[in-house]
Design a binder for this molecule. Structure first.
Ligand code: GTP
Ligand code: MG
Length: 251
């Protein structure tokens, strides 16, 4: 059998269902750690509910994905997830979904495993968003999720550290309102609003240009070298100010 014939005949089985994201549609990829409950509770000795070594590995992974071959205009990470807003005109791999999904999941898994020195994997999904307003809503959603998770996690671990078992702590939380959860921490000497912002709101990442003044050695005249630098924002604003920040990133 000739190789060319075989190649043509077989290739169709792996490409026939390839889907592409339509032009002008915003793409947000979200990577999420696979089975990180086990990783954070059993495999690694981590601080609960928040661990700075884990956070730094997530930040290193997010920073790596900002520069892994796609044009990422905004990155956001909280807990074991990373969201990436791609440039609206991103046209790598003809905007094939399987390429975004597999390349980003592979890059994230490799980088995070190296950063923490243990085998870890991420899944990846895409949101295809037709309007700027939906992109803002997407990031408001993840931002709010970070806030809720942080409040729950602090309450849960406050109870656990007092000797309440996992099942009872989960049951106690189920019956509490947001105000009850704040109160649960307050009576234990913790003001939720004073906890580090990266825990309550997550962290944002974006590229910005920095200009460094210099001198041209041949002419002696002043020069301005421009390079891009990754900005990591661990004091993200809330509500409408956060919406404005996201909107500014959409180019
Ligand atoms: N100890 C500790 N755990 C963390 C930290 N950040 C995230 N986690 C844990 O990571 C897990 C993330 O939850 P999920 O993504 O919903 O669950 P998962 O086990 O990863 O399951 P899948 O995502 O469905 O594969 C939770 O159990 C969190 O408690 C941290 O800083 N310290
Ligand atoms: Mg997970």
């Amino acid at each position: 059998m000739k190789f060319d014939d075989l190649d043509r005949r077989m290739r169709v089985f792996e490409t026939a269902h390839d889907g592409c994201v339509l032009p002008q549609i915003h793409i947000v990829a979200r990577l999420d750690g696979k089975n990180f409950t086990r990783l954070t509770k059993e495999t690694l000795p981590l601080e609960a509910p928040f661990d700075t070594r884990f956070r730094d590995a997530m930040l290193a992974t997010a920073a790596h994905l900002m520069d892994a071959g796609f044009r990422v205009v905004y990155g956001y990470t909280q807990s074991d997830e990373i969201s990436l807003l791609l440039h609206r005109d991103e046209d790598q791999f003809g905007r094939k979904r399987r390429k975004f999904l597999s390349v980003l999941a592979g890059e994230a898994s490799a980088k995070f495993s190296l950063a923490l020195g243990t085998l870890a994997a991420f899944d990846c999904r895409l949101s295809e968003l037709p309007t700027d307003a939906l992109v803002v809503d997407y990031f408001r959603w993840r931002h709010e999720d970070a806030h809720r998770n942080a409040l729950n996690a602090h309450c849960y671990w406050a109870l656990r550290k007092e000797g309440v078992d996992a099942r009872a702590a989960t049951a106690r939380l189920r019956g509490m309102s947001v105000a009850d959860k704040n109160e649960c921490l307050f009576v234990r000497g913790v003001n939720f609003n004073d906890l580090p912002a990266w825990q309550r709101r997550g962290t944002g990442l974006w590229w910005h240009d920095v200009e460094t003044p210099g001198v041209d050695p041949r002419t002696g005249s002043a020069t301005l070298a421009r390079r891009r630098e990754l900005h990591v924002e661990s004091q993200l604003p809330m509500k409408d100010a956060y919406s404005a920040l996201v909107l500014e990133r959409i180019t």
